[in-house]
Design a protein around this ligand. Sequence first.
Ligand SMILES: CC(C)(COP(=O)(O)OP(=O)(O)OC[C@H]1O[C@@H](n2cnc3c(N)ncnc32)[C@H](O)[C@@H]1OP(=O)(O)O)[C@@H](O)C(=O)NCCC(=O)NCCS
Length: 429
Amino acid sequence: MDEKAIIRIGDRQFECPTIVGSEHEKAIDVRQLRGETGYITYDDGYGNTGSCQSAITYIDGDEGILRHRGYPIQELAEHSDFVESAYLIIYGELPTEDELRRFRARISGNANLHEGMLRILDHFPDDSHPMAILSVMLNAIGCHYSEMASNNREQDLDHFDWASTLLLAKVRTIAALTYRMKEGKPWMYSKPSFRYCQNFLHMMFSEPYQDFMPREEVIDALDLILLLHADHEQNCSTSTVRMIASSGANLFASVVGGVSALWGPLHGGANMEVVKMLQQIHDDGDDGSRFIAAAKDGKQRLMGFGHRVYKNFDPRSRLLRSRADKLFAKLEAPDPLLDIAKHLEDAALKDDYFIERKLYPNVDFYSGIILRAIGIPLEMFTVIFAIGRMPGWIAHWRELASHPKQKIHRPRQIYTGATERRYVPLEKR
Ligand SMILES: CC(C)(COP(=O)(O)OP(=O)(O)OC[C@H]1O[C@@H](n2cnc3c(N)ncnc32)[C@H](O)[C@@H]1OP(=O)(O)O)[C@@H](O)C(=O)NCCC(=O)NCCS
């Protein structure tokens, strides 16, 4: 593209090239700015900063578009499943039948944990947070397969196919066994013949004397939740994974950083907050009207509403609302929280406060209610998000690690602290 951006500082002028992406997103390339002018750009929170060029996921928040490798999320939700979409996100193309069969086999064949890892898991205090356990255990996989976690880029890329499937397989086992450890229940080993989510539910809820046999609708609903979380371009946890990977760190160490970032309530914790909010509304005997009035007064936020990027609708939320309806139609015990959620959504979408601020339900609004219906305890919700986001973290690690001219990520800052001063001896302070 020939267009140039002109930056004028005093009587000096600097020309920046511009970049256009495949979906016509435009950027000003400021990489030479500091060297030429001494100025850096300042963008607290990175709302206007493109940290990389990426071919994995495209989002248009104004139009409510989300596509992985070009495929609309609605088509993937209808025709694909989590494991196939994970392959697509990681490798860039839908797998052939043979590629998919081998990918699934590698995942199901690697689901169980090394006995040494089970011993580590067994020694956490019962009240440890599952996200803390997850981060330790993911790095522990790297300890058990040290040839895949060498921090030698070429060697780690050579082992990538195995390392990535180990992560996809074991993150689910770690999550399920964390729940069992906290409940004081014996380990359940995976059943290789089970599909990804069926196996997860088996490892969580089966007993040595009785298999847990969930309905197909339950397995499918969990699969959809994972699929809808699989990637979301440069969000906080994925950017963290890329930042760590840029130093040359191996895949295991990098995704552990993603887990830590996701743990924060502003990122991975919102679906939990939605369920707490709905429960509170239910316990207060409110149909949601009082809560909405309080949200408009700025006294509280309607959790699961609003998004930094989506300003029209979040396509994932629409898919989840209809899936929640389908699931609850099959379950014997309808959840009163679903009715409250639907009432809240309908009321908010007609209300000027929410319309003017472009606040729509986001992915977290219905996912929590579905997880609750499946029987997943509240404190495991963010771990489920982490299982879902694993393909995205892996794909971004691979994209960055495969880039021949990859540089370490190293933002600048505007220093606002004390200027130079002399050391004061202790007795004079
Ligand atoms: C997601 C979120 C952090 C996005 O924030 P943002 O784009 O920075 O938007 P802002 O915080 O600047 O809010 C813009 C306006 O909308 C209001 N607003 C935003 N989200 C709101 C919500 N969930 N309920 C009520 N009001 C909300 C703000 O009070 C602000 O109003 P004002 O202009 O009168 O001050 C925010 O919408 C939020 O906190 N949502 C609830 C938590 C949640 O669901 N998080 C999961 C995200 S996937």
